[in-house]
Design a protein around this ligand. Structure first.
Ligand code: APR
Length: 227
């Protein structure tokens, strides 16, 4: 079976009701990005950071995967599919995809402030004073600006083996995630689904200027037909 690598961003979850970062009314409304998503912000005002992610976490529990997430699952009938997502939601998991790598962390997990690999599942609010088994404060399991992306090398290795690359709903503005495109082999067909695609034309690139819920099913059907 051929390998399909799917790189997703906030746009795939937009129609589930989760705001994107850089569209109007984005997720950061009322907050400077660095205030809520950086180690400096965490040090300056951890209560504000926890409150911000508590709101995101409780909202996530009220939304559902959309036709975009769901359609990707069908690809597994005929391809080895790996999803590399920049999203911290769990909508790919709930849709039923089986191989998902969260490049920027996961909203429904928390980790010890001092021990990066001490990670716990977490669905309720996280508060100051909630401690890990080693007695240090727990923080959101999110890769903040200025922090290393621990799964980057794994994502590069996966992308290097892509026979087909799908890119969905990302502004391709945040590095190193956006740089993954460069690791796909030269001949690999690339499909990009986004109503406002910010990508320069290049050989083997097909752009679908559409929302996830309509664009993804079309590409999935095409790929299933040609498998
Ligand atoms: N379907 C598909 N794409 C959509 C839809 C939709 N219904 N609605 C919006 N989009 C597209 C926008 O056109 C835009 O290109 O989704 C993209 C969202 O871009 P960003 O808000 O920049 O999100 P993303 O690229 O995922 O951001 C990357 O930045 O803030 C950090 O860590 C955060 O993972 C995030 C990273």
């Amino acid at each position: 079976m051929k390998n399909i690598v799917v790189l997703t961003g906030a746009g795939i979850s937009a129609e589930s009701g989760i705001n994107t970062f850089r569209d109007a009314n984005g997720l950061w409304e009322g907050h400077d990005i660095m205030e809520v998503a950086s180690p400096i912000g965490w040090e300056a005002n951890p209560a504000l950071v926890l409150d911000f992610y508590n709101k995101r976490r409780s909202q996530l529990l009220t939304v559902s995967p959309n036709q975009g997430h769901l359609s990707l699952v069908a690809l597994e009938k005929k391809y080895n599919v790996t999803i590399i997502t920049q999203n911290v939601d769990d909508l790919h998991e709930r849709a039923g995809s089986s191989s998902i790598l969260h490049l920027h962390g996961e909203l429904l997990k928390v980790r010890s402030q001092h021990t990066q690999d001490l990670v716990l599942d977490w669905k309720k609010d996280l508060n100051l004073g909630d401690l890990c088994p080693n007695d240090s404060q727990l923080r959101p399991h999110i890769v903040w600006f200025g922090e290393e992306v621990p799964l980057l090398n794994t994502a590069i290795t996966i992308t290097e083996k892509a026979d087909i690359l799908l890119i969905i709903g990302t502004s391709m503005q945040v590095y190193p995630a956006a740089s993954l495109l460069q690791y796909a082999p030269n001949q690999t067909p690339i499909y990009f689904v986004d109503p406002n695609p910010a990508i320069a034309p290049k050989p083997h690139l097909t752009i679908l200027k559409e929302k996830a819920t309509t664009g993804i099913p079309k590409i999935v059907n095409t790929l299933l037909d040609q498998a």
